[in-house]
Design a protein around this ligand. Sequence first.
Ligand code: DQA
Length: 139
Amino acid sequence: MKTFYVINGPNLNRLGKREPGIYGSETLETLEQRLSQLASENEATVIFHQSNHEGQIIDWIHEAENASGIILNPGAFTHYSYAIRDAIASVPTQVVEVHISNVHKRESFRHTSVISPVTEGQIVGLGLKGYELALQSFF
Ligand code: DQA
């Protein structure tokens, strides 16, 4: 059975409460249930992680070195964490970067992703659906 990691970064534990006009009203828990269901329909399993701490995210990326894929939303770390970028480059696992909001329509500091050059692809602005599309891209 294939195993995928879904890793969410800072403030994404607050989905449902956090700026609902931008991130919607669904919680991280509901999203994870949906992704688990989608994975099981495709004979796969998903390990979910969320942290507000950069080093913890790096450790999980290393842990996923033998996984079939990583779906990663590093939150604001996207825009400046060379350490997360290097962690991705250090593992053979394919990573799909997901952003719930359309970062290109927002503040200019969100227009740059330092991790994109080491990911397979990026899905932005499609809300939580982006995570499902990312998982489906691995099947
Ligand atoms: C985000 C976009 C980031 O700019 C922001 O800091 C987040 C969430 C998104 O999913 O749209 O925390 O990654």
